[in-house]
Design a protein around this ligand. Structure first.
Ligand code: ADP
Ligand code: MG
Length: 706
């Protein structure tokens, strides 16, 4: 299916001269991709082209020997003098060659040298060009293992500015550069897929020229991602990705779902059972969702809302609409704790509306599980709340019509597909996320979804008072806790690791639990990932009911745990947490009526990034601002956890640098598909090649299917 013209780029790197089987393997480690079990795939020609230099070595400095300065990289024109081989009985003394010009002398130094080779490269009395770092040893100038030793002829084609690439063990820079220049030679001339006016306005070279320029930088600035050649290539990739997402989205819209438009009876019953009314943005979100569900197309909508913005109730109302229409609804949570908590919130509401609801996680076993499966299969269970367990083959729905996925960034695309396969008639999907994703990134991650945002918090919430303190003032914090607890306040105390580690000298949850238990006997609960499920439940329950005042926990509490009475959050070794994580954790408090506080205890000395993170936390509670800062501090790949999430990363584009291009690419893609939906114009055909080039194969397949 791939256009023939691209074949040279998709060939294995071993077709390049100088790349044998061993080098091919090493290159695979450097530029190839790991498959699902983490083994590296062999590098292809294309992968080498996407491997860009990050810097240059400038060899243009050409002093006379007398002017050469220690520590600099210099290229010298010299006459070869006398060879001094290593003494036969002491090979540790290096082989030395004295060289000179009119202004002075310099020694070339070689360890473990082969005499024949050096005699051949450096014949006494000949003129040579040598390049390397100038050293001063016992008052004598020298170069150890010069990078280049060239004849006058060879020097004519010598790359004075040398690109420097990210490397891996066992690979010589020269080998990599040679392979890449071979790859560049194989690169075909491809018809322009960019809008010519736009490319001209940006002063972008053609694709092929851009690749050549990116690999042959003339100045350090040329090796930066923001250089024109690199920007053009980044835009190529972003356009491919936005185009692919748009194609998938349009096709999905055409694919039939069903029209789910209930009579509102269950929704009203749920609303009547709630002690509050909806915020304006909750109302909007519900309207958006009901509109999607009523339409004949399948829904794929993202509900984005900061922690505590009240996403759950929106989801419940959507599920009630499904039930009103006689189909089943499911809600999936990423962890067992969350699934149970959701069930705890949802079950009473369902009950009030006369809807039958069940919980299914890995822990429902035997007869209980059989009964749930039976109820799902015969349709008596109308709403199912659960974890990944929902994806198992044995889970069969009578008629699943809608699904809610909570905290989707922990789910992959695979699971989304697995869910679709649970119904032959199309499932409306609502994805909820509390990770505020910067606008720029949400385009790449959720570009195929419609989105609703909860922008306000439920009324009556007070801001969280955030303090940053060194860990050695922990005693003060404990004193403050005393008075808080005697006033009935509940407190989270989060620690970074579960058990003592030899490498990291950090106080861990178990230790903190012991310390606090001594101070508050019987009033502290412990929660971490390595505990048995039943113990976790018990710890959570004790904290929820107020039987425990303090919950010492690892980041298990990060996502979605909801205890409105808790109003103090202490985070120990806060410098070890990422910004998004800190924000999520802080979001656990400030949910009730009490004034809440968050104390970030750090262990110094702090690096610059950690310092920045903590001060951003002190400055703002706005999740979107925090997400933007996080992007700035960390870069996109890490932010998304691309590896785990199944979100394709970018080979060329760096969203911390090319974010503006992304928005342009999205508009461009929309315009293209509006004017040429089948990609059949001249530019359209070129764009198909682009989709292949960046391996957006799902989109290519959809196009082929018409
Ligand atoms: P999140 O968006 O983090 O999932 P939740 O759905 O867990 O937030 O809601 C957080 C808390 O706010 C819950 O205790 C919920 O009952 C409450 N809540 C939700 N909507 C409102 C509202 N409109 N008014 C008051 N409280 C609300
Ligand atoms: Mg939630």
């Amino acid at each position: 299916m791939r256009p023939d013209i691209l074949n040279p780029l998709f060939a294995p790197a071993s077709v390049l001269s100088g790349v044998g089987p061993k080098t091919a393997k090493t290159l695979g480690r450097l530029v190839g991709h790991a498959d699902d079990d983490g083994t590296y795939l062999d590098a292809r020609v294309l992968d080498l082209l996407w491997h860009f230099p990050y810097s240059v070595i400038d060899r243009s400095h050409r002093p006379a020997i007398g002017e050469a300065l220690e520590g600099t990289i210099a290229t010298l024109e010299i006459t070869v003098g006398k060879h001094h081989p290593s003494p036969r009985h002491n090979r540790r003394i290096p082989y030395r060659v004295t060289c000179f010009d009119d202004t002075g002398e310099i020694t070339l130094v070689f360890f473990h040298a082969r005499a024949e080779y050096l005699n051949e490269r450096l014949p006494a009395g000949e003129r040579r060009f040598v390049s390397g770092r100038i050293e001063l040893f016992n008052g004598v100038l020298q170069i150890t293992h010069p990078d280049y030793m060239l004849t006058a002829d060879e020097f004519e084609t010598f790359p004075v500015i040398e690109p420097v690439y990210p490397m891996t063990a066992g690979l010589a820079g020269r080998t990599l550069r040679k392979a890449i220049s071979g790859a560049l030679e194989r690169c075909p001339d491809l018809a322009e897929w960019q809008d010519r006016h736009y490319a001209a306005k940006q002063k972008w070279p053609s694709f092929r020229k851009a690749l050549a320029e990116a690999h042959e930088p003339h100045r350090p600035a040329d090796a930066e991602p923001a250089a024109p050649a690199r920007s053009r290539l980044a835009y190529d990739e972003l356009l491919a990705s936005q185009l692919a997402l748009a194609i998938v989205r349009i096709t999905r819209k055409k694919s039939s779902g069903r029209e789910l438009s209930g009579d509102g009876a269950r929704r009203r019953a749920v609303m009547d059972a709630l002690p509050f009314s909806l915020t304006a943005s909750q109302e909007h979100a519900v309207e958006d969702i009901l509109q999607n569900m009523a339409a004949p197309e399948r829904m794929l909508r993202l509900l984005q809302g900061d922690v505590g913005s009240g996403k759950t109730i929106v989801a419940v109302l959507a599920m009630m609409n499904a039930v009103e229409c006689g189909v089943q609804a499911a809600l999936m949570a990423p962890t067992e704790i969350l699934a149970r908590q959701h069930f705890g919130t949802i079950a009473p509401l369902c009950e009030a509306a006369g809807v039958r609801v069940a919980l299914l996680t890995g822990r429902e076993k035997g007869k209980t599980r059989d009964a749930i499966l039976q109820g799902l299969a015969d349709g008596t269970v109308e709403v199912l709340v659960g974890t990944h367990a929902l994806f198992q083959k044995s889970v069969v729905f009578a008629d699943l019509g809608m699904a809610v996925i909570d905290e989707q960034h922990r789910f992959g695309v695979h699971q989304r597909l697995a869910l679709q396969s649970k119904s032959s008639r199309g499932v409306d999907v609502l994805v909820m996320t509390a990770t505020p994703i910067p606008r720029t990134l949400s385009l790449t991650v959720y570009g195929d979804m419609d989105a609703s945002k909860l922008t306000e918090k439920p009324a009556g919430r007070l801001p969280v008072d955030t303090r940053v303190m060194p860990l050695d003032r922990v005693a003060e914090v404990e004193n403050r806790l005393d008075s808080a607890i005697s006033n009935g306040v509940r407190c989270y105390w989060v620690c970074p690791l579960v058990s003592e580690s030899d490498v990291l000298d950090i106080t861990n949850a178990e230790h903190r639990y012991e310390v606090l238990s001594k101070r508050y006997p019987g009033r502290v609960a412990l929660l971490h990932g390595q505990m048995k499920a039943a113990d976790k439940d018990q710890a959570m329950a004790r904290f929820q009911t107020g039987d425990a005042d303090i919950l010492v926990a690892t980041t298990v509490v990060e996502v979605g745990v909801d205890v409105p009475e808790a109003s103090v959050m202490v985070i120990e070794n806060a410098e070890r947490f990422g910004l998004a994580q800190l924000h999520q954790l802080r979001g656990r408090v400030g949910r009730g009526r009490d004034k809440s506080s968050c104390i970030l205890l750090y262990q110094g000395p702090l690096g610059q990034v950690a310092k920045d993170r903590l001060s951003i936390m002190r400055e703002t509670e706005d999740g979107f601002r925090i997400a933007e800062e996080d992007l700035r501090l960390r870069g996109a790949g890490e932010l998304l956890g691309t590896r785990q999430s199944g979100i394709p990363g970018f080979a060329v584009a760096d969203l911390a640098v090319h974010a503006e291009l992304l928005a342009a690419a999205r508009d461009d893609a929309a315009l293209i598909l509006e004017t040429d939906p089948g990609l059949s114009s001249e530019r359209g055909v070129a764009l198909r090649v682009l989709l292949h080039l960046f391996e957006r194969l799902q989109a290519v397949r959809l196009l082929a299917a018409g």
